[in-house]
Design a protein around this ligand. Structure first.
Ligand SMILES: [Zn+2]
Length: 288
């Protein structure tokens, strides 16, 4: 009888050992990976669409403790050397301010190359990679729309307090000094034109109107709230936009790209007045 007991124990011991042996490779598989947000070791696996094995978040990021605004190194949307250029040489990046703490969105956007910061005025600010094609922009805006429309996900980009500040860079280089020096003469007529549009038209095209937003002023100045902001060396930032829906947002980004292209391409062979006038005309043609 004693032997039986011992034998049983042996069997149990053996089974535990066997189970451990089986578990070992599984433990290896679930031992974590680089946190998709900050790169630290992470053990929280989050499933995201199109990524069956999910991605990892470290405990800090999983619990929503993100780096505060402006503590991370911003690159001013400098393209890496050798980055692919578009035909018109214009690249686009954007800062998407959001409300809500959805982990799915955090994990997914960071997986797609966004970086994220917490902000005092909104819950999170996602900083996009630099895009050189509208197909990638449309895809990611479609994703934002699908998260916005999902009632089970704590994510909101439609409130007036969240902007979609859009950055336009040209030729993989700092913004021409002549543009910066003449920013008021070049861009104030454009800002005045937008401001004079009916509120409903402003909201339709830009997602919000000047009267809707606190941190976007119609005076073109050296202030960071200026509707056209020149504080980033490599981009002109357009601050009026807010996400409305994927299609309209992409369309308006295209319009603004075409408007700014006039300035980027003609700054050294046309007068400041002509360029300012041509930009207003172009926007008027696209919007009317
Ligand atoms: Zn992390």
């Amino acid at each position: 009888m004693k032997n039986n007991t011992i034998n049983n124990s042996n069997i149990i011991t053996r089974e535990i050992k066997t189970t451990r042996d089986i578990l070992k490779p599984i433990e290896n598989k679930i031992r974590g990976g680089a946190c998709v947000v900050c790169g630290e070791k992470g053990f929280n696996r989050v499933a995201i669409h199109g990524q069956n094995n999910g991605v990892y978040l470290c405990d800090n990021c999983y619990n929503g403790h993100l780096k505060p605004y402006h503590t991370t190194q911003r690159n001013g949307y400098t393209e890496a050397n050798g980055a692919r250029k578009t035909n018109d040489k214009i690249s686009i990046g954007f800062e998407l301010e959001t409300n809500g703490h959805a982990r799915d969105v955090l994990a997914h956007l960071c997986f797609l190359g966004f970086s994220v910061e917490s902000d005092c005025t909104v819950d999170r600010e996602f900083i996009s990679p630099i895009y050189t094609s509208f197909s990638s922009i449309s895809k990611v805006l479609g994703l934002v729309e699908s998260y916005q429309n999902n009632p089970n996900i704590d994510f909101d980009v439609l409130r007036d307090n969240v902007g979609l500040h859009t950055h336009f860079g040209y030729n993989n280089a700092p913004i021409d000094a002549k543009i910066v020096a003449n920013k008021k003469a070049l861009f104030q007529p454009l800002a005045d034109y937008i401001n004079a549009l009916p509120i409903s038209v402003q909201r339709k095209y830009f997602g919000r109107a000047f009267i809707d937003c606190e941190y976007c002023t119609k005076e073109v100045s050296a202030n960071h709230t200026s509707v056209f902001n020149f504080q980033h060396s490599n981009t002109i930032e357009f601050r009026l936009m807010k996400f409305s829906n994927a299609q309209q947002t992409a369309h308006t980004m295209k319009i603004m790209r075409a408007v700014l292209e006039i300035c980027f391409k003609n700054i050294n062979n046309e007068s400041i007045e002509n360029i300012a006038c041509a930009m207003v005309k172009k926007l008027d043609k696209e919007i009317r």
